[in-house]
Design a protein around this ligand. Structure first.
Ligand SMILES: CC(=O)SCCNC(=O)CCNC(=O)[C@H](O)C(C)(C)COP(=O)(O)OP(=O)(O)OC[C@H]1O[C@@H](n2cnc3c(N)ncnc32)[C@H](O)[C@@H]1OP(=O)(O)O
Ligand SMILES: CC(C)C(=O)C(=O)O
Ligand SMILES: [Mg+2]
Length: 514
């Protein structure tokens, strides 16, 4: 099995993402996490500003378990500044680059190919006189002429480079082409075996990871990448995708990174938060949906054997567990599983009724949550349950000069009709004090909210309550044209729901909001 060195450039090329600007503490926090992840090399800066300079020195002094590198143009002052910033690190390293494609040499550098070779040699020699490890990058290598590229690389090796990087700077190449470029170097650069070959790919055509893997297959022993694939323009190759692809497909690549993969999710979240770049839900390996299953056939497969639809275990990359999202594509197996998880075991007649209600709800909502399900279950069961409280009449006597008094007639779960009256500081409290007397046991009102369902003078009042009763917390709703009647109904609805919980054996600690 070949060991592939991971060269993380989140703090250099990643920070080149439009809009990303990490401060000193943030950089150090990311560097520490990259060390925990186990990257081999961390590129932390290019041309440090005053603030950056201190940050780089701090990282260089703090991080012990991986090599720290800076980036420099083929310019003496860049190399000197990088040395000052990095000389205290455990294994200082410099990455020197110069462009190698005709378009870059002619228009950007205004140099001939011979001048580029000369500059490259001078700067690699200078870097090698200071740094124990020197990497040379032929910028825009994927658009360079191969014979010239081979000459430039050979000269850089002769000058003292220990790593040669062939970047696809503008994300232009394809897996097939990059494979050919690496194979060409192996065949046409006499000293190639003395160095480690590195690959560095951008994602302009969405092929950065595929190109990195193709380069590895064709001899690259180092891969340059960033967490979450952040970086200049469309970004760099995503570290987590490369590392997991190599790990899962060892059979195919026969190569591995040796990273502590269970640190991946944490690293991704940290970088996303500090760089203020949200990770798309469908992003491979670290997206919120990477281990979420929504459709019935997949969920059924997952319940029978997870390997039917999951090639990566969530635990491998530090995600707690995969999830089944209930939605309009879900089937009976997943639905039943969820109900069982919630503590309901209903018989088959009820199950079909609840499943139909669930499908109706899916037409109205994008995602059905556990709270929705619990509401659905309790509503269906409230209708079905024989033993429940039922409001018959409510009458309230209210006046500015007398104490509000409520009188209520109610059918009890036993079927008996009973009447009761009580006072309160307001009409609603009078109703609730009366109901509490009629219900067996103390009830604590935790929340009460009221709203109108539709505008106008004949609007319906909707009341929402949350109560604690018989060791359970439960919610209830009631609607009526009159707010007092709606209040009484909501309260009774909440009490009936706790009765259902008792019947269906919900854990007493469960709290479900509707
Ligand atoms: C592919 C990459 O990702 S390369 C890294 C890109 N990252 C960055 O540029 C971020 C940091 N950059 C900076 O802080 C600034 O651009 C600096 C300090 C490096 C240079 O700033 P300035 O001196 O103002 O120059 P500016 O950025 O406008 O232009 C770049 C100059 O470097 C030259 N140059 C570019 N690459 C190289 C190289 N590898 N070796 C030598 N010179 C180079 C350009 O030809 C241009 O030179 P010119 O001024 O003679 O025309
Ligand atoms: C500095 C080099 C390696 C680079 O970032 C690129 O070519 O994309
Ligand atoms: Mg780059």
């Amino acid at each position: 099995m070949r060991k592939i060195n991971v060269f993380d450039t989140t703090l250099r090329d990643g920070e080149q993402s439009a809009g990303v600007n990490l401060n000193q503490e943030e950089k150090l926090e990311i560097a520490r996490q990259l060390e925990r992840l186990g990257v081999d090399i961390m590129e932390v800066v290019f041309q440090p500003s005053k603030g950056d300079f201190q940050s780089v020195q701090q990282i260089a002094r703090t991080i012990k378990d991986c090599s720290i590198t800076g980036l420099a143009r083929a310019v003496q002052s860049d190399i000197d500044t990088a040395w000052e910033a990095l000389k205290d690190s455990a294994e200082p390293r410099l990455h020197v680059f110069i462009a190698s494609s005709p378009i870059h040499m002619k228009y950007k550098l205004n140099m001939t190919p011979d001048q580029v070779v000369e500059k490259a040699v001078q700067s690699v020699k200078l870097a090698a006189s200071k740094f124990p490890q020197v990497q040379f990058s032929a910028e825009d290598a994927s658009r360079a002429e191969l014979p010239f590229l081979a000459r430039l690389v050979e000269e850089a090796i002769q000058a003292g480079a220990t790593v040669i990087n062939l970047p696809d700077t503008v994300g232009f190449t394809t897996p097939y082409e990059i494979g050919n470029m690496f194979a060409y170097m192996k065949q046409n650069v006499p000293s190639i075996e003395k160095v480690i070959l590195s690959t560095h790919n951008h994602n302009d055509l969405g092929m950065a990871v595929a190109n990195s893997l193709a380069a590895i297959q064709n001899g690259a022993g180092q891969v340059e990448c960033t967490i979450n694939g952040i970086g200049e323009r469309a970004g760099n190759a995503a570290l987590e995708e490369i590392a997991v692809a190599l790990n899962i497909r060892k059979d195919h690549y026969n190569a591995d990174t040796g990273l502590t993969l269970k640190e991946i999710k944490r690293t991704s979240s940290l970088v996303s938060k500090l760089a203020n770049m949200p990770v798309p839900g469908n992003k491979a390996v670290v997206g919120a949906n990477a281990f979420a299953h929504e459709s019935g056939i997949h969920q059924d497969g997952m319940l029978k054997n997870k390997e039917t639809y999951e090639i990566i275990t969530p635990e491998l990359v530090g995600v707690n567990e995969s999830s089944m999202v209930l939605g309009k594509h879900s089937g009976r197996h997943a639905f039943k599983e969820k109900l069982t998880e919630l503590g309901f075991a209903g018989d088959s007649v009820q199950f079909q009724q609840i499943f139909d209600a669930f499908k109706d709800l899916c037409d109205k909502k994008k995602e059905v949550t556990e709270d929705d399900l619990f509401a659905l279950m309790t509503e269906t069961m409230t209708d079905a349950i024989q033993e429940s409280y039922e409001l018959q009449t409510v009458q309230v006597n209210y006046g500015t000069n007398n104490i509000p008094t409520a009188a209520i007639t109610m059918k009890l779960p036993t079927g008996a009709i009973t009447q009761e009256a009580a006072t309160g500081s307001g009409s609603v409290e009078a109703i609730y004090n009366t109901l509490e007397r009629m219900i067996d046991g103390p009830v604590s009102l935790e929340d009460y909210r009221i709203q109108s369902v539709n505008g106008g003078g004949d609007a319906l009042a909707e009341v929402y309550v949350q109560v604690k009763y018989a060791g359970f917390e439960s919610t209830g709703r009631g609607t009526a044209h009159d707010v007092l009647e709606a209040s009484a109904k909501a309260y009774i609805n909440a009490i009936n729901r706790t009765l259902i919980r008792k019947v269906y054996g919900q854990e007493q600690t469960n709290k479900v909001n509707i």
